[in-house]
Design a protein around this ligand. Structure first.
Ligand code: DGL
Length: 277
């Protein structure tokens, strides 16, 4: 008689250049509470947003392989820059399904009913043109604005700070000189959900209240669809609490301290690993 393998939990591998991708894990946990997860933040090599395609691709593929080695059944690339610059390279290198953040974000923008979308993102993401391609594929017009100062300010914990407000005012007034008043705003970077209210306030102060889309929830929903198609629900039929593992390539103490705000719950332990330079 053929032996059936014992039931086990599905394990999600979630990757970001730092701990910003925990905003995506937060949504995954809400939607798929029974799945185990292993998260890697490549904090030693952050930021990716100012690096070349070749370097981002190498870092992202190495990180993805690490997560597969930890037993991940499926990978979520919770980094806009890595998705924009390296998704095809990662998919080619991996034998497990890989979900990125850009296509789900573009699909979520479609639901707002406006034809114009303003994307705020890192320089590398904007340079890739990936959001414009994904939005155009949905029949939407795209306007992209690189905001290189936002990630360092969020990393510094300056999410509600006069400097953040001033920087947002400059970026948004430059972006709104190009994009129509009715455009929807799409947060094209893992760190921006943390400053969503500061962005909303800055847009209102400029006289342009905007609807804001965060791709984290849309990515979690796209992941759930891939899981249903590839694994069914057999892998989540195990009782007890799901296991959450966290790894970082540097600054584990900062990851644990600031990451809890991104995840929306305390992080018990972050293990340090070395992926090389
Ligand atoms: N995770 C990156 C993103 O979503 C932001 C941080 C970085 O530049 O590495 O684009």
């Amino acid at each position: 008689m053929p032996q059936s393998s014992p039931p086990r939990r599905l394990k999600l591998g979630v990757f970001d250049s730092g701990f910003g991708g925990l905003t995506v894990l937060r949504e995954l946990v809400k939607l798929l509470p029974d799945a185990d997860s292993v998260y890697l933040g490549d904090t030693a090599r952050l930021p990716y947003g100012s690096k070349s395609q070749k370097t981002i691709s190498r870092y992202a593929v190495e990180s993805s392989k690490f997560l597969a080695d930890q037993g991940a059944d499926l990978l979520v690339i919770a980094c806009n820059t890595a998705t924009a610059m390296a998704l095809p390279d990662i998919q080619q290198a991996m034998a497990i399904p890989v979900v990125g953040v850009i296509e789900p974000g573009a699909k979520a923008a479609l639901s707002t009913g406006t034809g114009d979308v303003l994307v705020l993102a890192t320089s590398a993401t904007v340079q890739s043109g990936a959001y414009t391609a994904a939005l155009n594929a949905e029949g939407l017009r795209a306007y992209e604005k690189a905001c290189p100062l936002l990630v360092p300010l969020v990393e510094e914990g300056w999410t509600s700070h006069p400097v953040m407000d001033e920087v947002l005012k400059i970026y948004l007034s430059e972006a709104l000189a190009e994009a129509p008043d009715s455009a929807t705003l799409l947060l094209g970077c893992t760190h921006y959900p943390l400053i969503q209210s500061a962005i909303r306030d800055a847009a209102e102060r400029l006289g342009h209240p905007m609807e804001i889309i965060d791709s984290a929830r849309a990515t979690a929903m796209a992941t759930a669809e891939v899981i249903a198609a590839k694994f069914g629900d057999v892998h989540c039929q195990v009782s007890g609490e799901a296991k959450r593992e966290f790894y970082a390539t540097d600054s584990v103490e900062k990851f644990q301290r600031l990451g809890a705000g991104f995840l929306g719950q305390p992080i018990d332990e972050v293990r340090l690993i070395d992926l090389g330079g």
